[in-house]
Write a new protein. Structure first.
Length: 547
């Protein structure tokens, strides 16, 4: 059924079954397919990254110093590898250089470590034995899931042992009455969504990397994504965790209770801990019911203020059925259409500055449709939106989402991308994008998009190559601007390696000290994901030599 409101504005219905098309079982998401081969190492000029400047140039031109070793940690020896073979067997111990190259390189192809060993445990006991050994022998470890992170958190900086959780991918229990899922950390998010989907539930989180990211990584990075507006963050949805601490201690926090007020809620430390405090091995998570009706609309707005007002209107008029409110500027739309195969402009006749993707999910199709139509009509009447389309079928809904979800991948195809993932009060959200545009003039393309419903801006700056002068124009300006606006320098991607030294823009000295206290308590030797999240304790541990 089509209902024309004005011009190109087409409204039609689309049920939940139809709306978000899961990839076929076993298929790999576009994001995973596009994992680029490592080819370069990026210089990092920000003085706050001085310690790591050498790392970025490891093995580079003569005359430069290169990092040889972090003296806190031991060198990996053959005897260590032999020991890991005893724990895991040959299949669980990877020393092949091609496989290591991929695991050493992050999704953006921006960070490359030089680990010589990747381990694939299949049980918690094996994770515990590995960490016990690494802890005793002071071998540094980087836990790794699907390696889809965007802040260099899941790859080694030096030669840390890579502990990949991908082989721990069993679903342990699903309670069909409560919707509580218990599974191992290496389960792929999309597979879990398909599994609970066929039993009448959905995962409370969804992100572009769903086809390759793993639930343990999602939890460790407190991934936000596209459903946070509706279902809240993992801090609320995760009910329990099993975690292995740095010294091999297994911390069983794998409860399935909604309510448990017995002292400190320890699991929260590991949600968003980015693998620096412990390795998440099992997850218990509550999944909401899958609702019968979903509508997806793609709308055009003339200016940012109209986007903001449209959001306010959507909350009032759509209320509880509003399930996503995403925005992208014209630059973001153009990048997707140019670089991502199979994308189509949802509003080809509209050349506006801003676009919104609005999704409703509810249990009564007629009711939801009426509400959405009323909202769209009033938004048009008030001049908030100039144009729009509502998906008429499953493939149209999927193609609208593809445009939004594909921005990150599309940008990665066109040279260097400086990425910022910021929480900023809604009224100021786009001002920073405009500021950066006038600051950088023609030297780069400034792209703004993100989860408007969560106050989360993805500011991306695209340039032909990574360049120190350009970086100096961007940082610390972006961080200072965000701190002054009382925002956060990481809304959902975490700090990883990229932003560890910028933590003070969002956390007070006292807060960082408390965090360091937790780190010392849980990992006194600092072997777990070193150089990530917290600024490195000192640079004196780094041994450099001239090449
Ligand atoms: O690449 C980015 O900046 C954001 C990636 C992801 O969080 C998204 O929302 O698409
Ligand atoms: Zn995002």
């Amino acid at each position: 059924m089509k209902l024309t409101i004005s011009g190109a504005f087409v409204l039609a219905k689309c049920t939940a079954e139809e709306s978000r098309v899961p990839l076929p079982e076993g298929s790999v998401s576009p994001r995973a397919q596009s994992l680029p081969a490592a080819s370069h190492i990026v210089p990092q000029s920000d003085p706050r990254h001085a310690c790591f400047f050498h790392i970025r140039r490891y093995g580079s031109a003569p005359g430069h110093s290169r990092v040889v070793k972090d003296r806190r940690f031991a060198e990996l020896k053959d005897v260590d590898i032999a020991h890991f073979r005893q724990i895991l067997g040959d299949k669980g111990v990877v020393v092949d250089s091609d496989e290591l190259k991929v695991a050493n390189t992050d999704w953006m192809n921006k960070y490359e470590g030089h680990s010589q060993l990747l381990l694939r445990p299949r049980t918690t006991q094996q994770v515990s034995e590995i960490l016990q050994y690494c802890y005793a022998g002071r071998l540094a470890v980087v836990p790794q899931g699907g390696n889809t992170g965007l802040v260099g958190g899941s790859v080694p900086v030096f030669d840390e042992v890579i502990l990949n959780l991908g082989a721990m991918n069993k679903i342990l229990n699903f309670d069909e009455a409560s919707g509580i899922l218990v599974c191992e950390a290496g389960c792929i998010l999309e597979s879990l969504d398909n599994y609970v989907g066929s039993r009448g539930y959905v995962m409370p989180l969804d992100l572009g990397a769903k086809g390759s990211c793993q639930i343990g990584g999602n939890v460790s990075t407190n991934a936000g994504g596209l459903r946070l507006l509706r279902y809240g963050s993992l801090h609320g949805n995760v009910l329990g965790l099993e975690v292995v601490l740095a010294d091999g201690t297994v911390l069983d926090l794998l409860g399935t209770l909604r309510k448990d007020n017995t002292g400190y809620d320890l699991k929260q430390l590991f949600i968003g801990g980015e693998g620096t405090l412990g390795v998440v091995t099992k997850v218990s998570i509550i999944t909401p019911p899958k609702l019968a009706s979903t509508n997806v609309a793609f709308l055009a707005c003339e200016d940012y203020v109209s986007c903001q007002k449209t959001f306010a209107q959507a909350k009032l008029q759509l209320g509880e059925i509003l399930s996503a409110f995403e925005f992208l500027d014209r630059y973001a739309l153009d990048v997707v259409l140019k670089h991502l195969d199979g994308t189509r402009d949802p509003l080809p006749d509209s050349k506006q500055h801003f676009y919104l993707l609005v999704e409703t999910t509810g249990s009564n199709q007629l009711h939801d449709k009426e509400k959405l139509d009323a909202f769209l009509e009033s938004a048009i009447e008030q001049g908030l939106i100039t144009d729009g389309a509502v998906a008429q079928d499953i493939s149209q809904a999927a193609s609208f989402w593809k445009v939004r979800e594909g921005v990150a991948e599309a940008m990665g195809k066109g040279g260097a991308v400086y990425k910022y993932d910021l929480s900023i009060p809604l009224k100021d959200l786009y001002t920073l994008v405009e500021d950066m545009r006038s600051r950088l003039k023609d030297s780069a393309t400034v792209v703004g998009y993100g989860h408007m419903g969560d106050g989360n801006l993805h500011l991306n700056i695209m340039a032909p190559k990574y360049d120190n002068e350009l970086l100096a124009q961007i940082e610390p300006y972006v961080y200072e601007w965000t701190a002054a606006a009382k925002g956060s320098i990481s809304a959902e991607h975490g700090l990883g390696f990229m932003k560890a030294k910028a933590i003070h823009y969002s956390k007070s000295t006292a807060a960082v000290q408390v965090m360091e206290g937790f780190k010392k308590l849980l990992d006194p030797r600092g072997i777990l994901n070193p150089y990530k999240v917290l600024p490195s304790p000192s640079e004196s541990h780094v041994i450099s030599e001239a090449t």
